[in-house]
Structure formats: C-alpha cells, structure tokens
Write a protein that binds this ligand. Structure first.
Ligand code: PMP
Length: 412
C-alpha cells in the first residue's frame, strides 16, 4: 500500500466537521499587533489565545531591545552548535541570570521548549531506569518518554495515592536492574490550569529516592512571589532537581532552559543530543531573553496586572455559574458539555457574532462530550475585556443548553 494513501482520510479531530476547520478552527490567522484585540478574517476580535501572560510581546522596551539585537547581530549569529563554535558570553550570562532567578546553581539554554524537554529526559535515563509521570503531561514530555528504552509508569493526574503505587513498582524494578527513578511532571498544566502537586510529590522523595524534573512552561513568570514558578509558589523549589521552562509564554520569545545542580547541568551540556547537534540559540533571542528576564525581575507590576485580570475573569465566570474546573493559575478552562459538531458551530458563532477568539478544546484532548473554552488571560487585557467576554459566554452557554447548535443551519 502507498504509505500516503491513508493521509486524505485523516481529517483531524473535527472529522466530518473539518470543512469548518482549516483557517477557521484550525490554523486560524490572527493579524495585527500582538494585543488582546487583533484582526481575524478582517474583523476585530478579542483574543484569549495568546501565550503572552505578562503582556511583554509588544512592550515598547522589549520591542526596542529586539530591534537593537536584530540590527547588531542579524538572524544568524552565532554560527554553529554551542559545543563547537556557537558559544558566547551573552549565552552564559543569560544562563547565570536564569539560574539565579529560579534558585538553582546552573542553567543551560535550549533552542526550543519542545525538543529541549525531550532531550533533557532522554539524556538522563537509560534502559535500567524507570520514569514515573503524570497522565496529563504535555506532548513534548510524552515524546521524551517515548525515546526512553526502559520502563515508564504513569499515574492518573495529580493522584498521589496512585503516584506512590507506581513508585513502589518502580522501586521494585530498579532494585533488580540497578537503575534509578525519574519523576516527570508539570508545574502548571496548560489545559486545566491545575498546578502539579509538587508538594505531595516531594514528600515521597526520601522514601523512594527519586529525582524530579518539572516542566514549568506556564508557571515561569506567573507563579510564586517572584515569578520563579510553581515550585516557588508551593515552597518546594529547592526540591525540584531540574527546573525547565520555555521562553515562549511569559517571556513572549523563543528558546528554553533547564536549571539544577552544577554537576547535573554540566552532564546535560555534554549529553543533550538536541543541543550538541544543533545550532546555538541565535543572539537576537538571547539578548531578547535577557531584557525580558530583567523586566520580569524588576517590574513585578506586570504579574500583578495579570493576576488582577485572572481574578476578575475567574471570579466573574464562577459568579455567573460557569465551571472552571480546579484551576489555581492563570489558565482558565470554561467547561461545557456538547458534541464535536456543537463545539465547531459554537466556535464559529463565538468568533463571528460575538467577536471572541479563544481556543475550543475537544476530544481527544478532553473526554468525549466535553467542550473546553480555554482562556489565557494576559496583563494586557482590561476589566472591560473580561466583562465583554463573560456576557458573550452567557449567551453561548444558553444557546448550547437549549440545543441551538444542534438545530441551527450552522450545524453540519
Ligand atoms: N512544555 C510545555 C508544558 C508546553 O506547554 C510547551 C509549549 N506549548 C512546551 C513544552 C514547548 O515549548 P516551545 O513552544 O518553546 O517549543
């Protein structure tokens, strides 16, 4: 059979509703300055779908720093992998500042979050080791686990009883193989907004002698008194052996880093294949990240503004009877019930008639019959944006419960 034959039959998660999808539900194009109000299909929409928690993407000082770095370095410098010819003082300065910020001895830069976390996981374990991980971990973590040649045991999301059961299994197995146990979870889960139960996890560290990697993509810059993330928020940052975050969310940039004890970071520098065999993070992103980090450190008002918006949005939604699950972070999931077809038409209605642009999450990301409207608040949103959105959601919810999206001509 031609390997390509199956391709045209796979219409993605929307299945037969995919006629609505391309350019609309999937791969939509938001145009204009990065801000809460952008253009979608020529019309202004209020967007809740940008990973720009602190509103830094379009901050004038950040834009200026990016411009200066681009004119100084172009897009190419440095040429080559860090290990070969692509190292600079600026890369090392950023690593030192990141390490200090998250309370670790050393940090190492990664080119992208996705392959960065994969490579961290891959380089830490061999076939004798066991990985224990949360069932809701991000795809990049799962792909990292897939590269692991040894056993991996999953526990249901944040379920500490099951977690311990998996540790017991892992301990038994590693006693036989002579390997160790690596626990991988997230600081903030990007779909539900739940924090990983880091406090619960570290309680078992002494008993089972495992090492803990935390992917804090959504927690960095948003959580904890200084913005050092979910570990700081839960008072256990010192027990997180390896702290990872991307620059793609609070930093509104590109790149990522991993931080931990000096000897571990040293090992990673010499063993992470995705970094050894790839060109270094370009200087424009490194200088840009230094400026962003400075702003996160020295301008806490961005985080305070973010949380004002988060509280107004989440309290407002709850007051109007919406379920927002168990989020404890800025990620705001509005949980509704309906079919995939209803989700597609609801999304169209929301974007076209209410001018609200948010992610609509459906099966298989969430269970069948559930629709999540996922909102990512930012420091750039206003309280008026919040009220406008809640009013629109009330209308959408009424239509959904009355079966409107089943019967209207919008439904396909
Ligand atoms: N880990 C988590 C938990 C993420 O949410 C993301 C981004 N969606 C990544 C890793 C990947 O980061 P990047 O976009 O920098 O590749």
């Amino acid at each position: 059979m031609d390997i390509f034959e199956k391709l045209h039959t796979n219409l993605g998660p929307l299945g037969k509703h995919s006629d609505l999808s391309e350019g609309y539900f999937m791969f939509p194009k938001l145009e204009g300055e990065i801000a809460p109000r952008m253009k979608f299909k020529g019309k202004e929409v209020l967007t809740w779908s940008l990973n720009n928690y602190l509103g830094l993407a379009n901050h004038p000082e950040i834009r200026k720093a990016d411009e200066v770095a681009a004119s100084k370095w172009g897009a190419a410098y440095p040429m080559g992998a860090r290990m070969m010819s692509g190292n600079t003082d600026t890369h090392e300065q950023l690593e030192n500042e990141l390490a200090t910020f998250v309370g670790k001895e050393k940090a190492y830069l990664l080119n992208y979050g996705y392959q960065g976390i994969m490579s961290v996981i891959d380089s830490l374990v061999d076939r004798k080791d066991v990985i224990v991980y949360d069932s809701e971990c991000h795809a990049s973590i799962i792909d990292g686990l897939r590269m692991h040649m040894g056993k991996r045991f999953v526990y249901p999301h944040n379920d500490m009883e099951s977690f311990e059961k998996q540790l017991v299994r892992a301990e038994k197995l590693t006693n036989e193989t002579g390997g160790g146990i690596l626990v991988v979870t997230e600081g903030v889960f990007g779909m539900t907004g739940n924090m990983g139960d880091l406090k619960g996890i570290v309680k078992l560290k002494d008993k089972y002698q495992f090492r803990l990697v935390v992917d804090d993509a959504h927690g960095f810059g948003t959580m904890g008194p200084t913005g050092a993330g979910a570990g700081e928020a839960q008072g256990v940052q010192d027990q997180v052996d390896l702290y990872f975050s991307t620059f793609a969310k609070s930093m509104a940039g590109i790149g990522a880093f991993v931080a931990g004890d000096a000897n571990v970071v040293h090992y990673l520098k010499y063993n992470m294949r995705s970094q050894i065999f790839a060109k270094a993070l370009p200087m424009i992103f490194v200088e840009g990240a230094l400026k962003r980090l400075e702003m996160i450190r020295e301008n806490p008002e961005h985080k305070e503004k973010l949380w004002k918006v988060v509280n107004a949005l989440q309290n407002g939604l709850k007051e109007k009877g919406f379920s927002i699950g168990t989020t404890a972070t800025p990620v705001t999931p509005v949980v509704l019930n309906g079919t995939v077809g209803e989700a597609a038409t609801l999304s169209k209605d929301l974007r076209e008639n209410y001018n609200i642009f948010c992610s609509v999450v459906i099966y298989p990301v969430v269970p069948k019959g559930m629709i999540i409207l996922r909102l990512i608040p930012t420091a750039s949103h206003t309280l008026e944006d919040v009220s406008e959105t809640i009013t629109a959601f009330e209308a959408i919810k009424d239509k959904l419960t009355s079966g409107y999206y089943k019967t209207t001509e919008l439904a396909t």
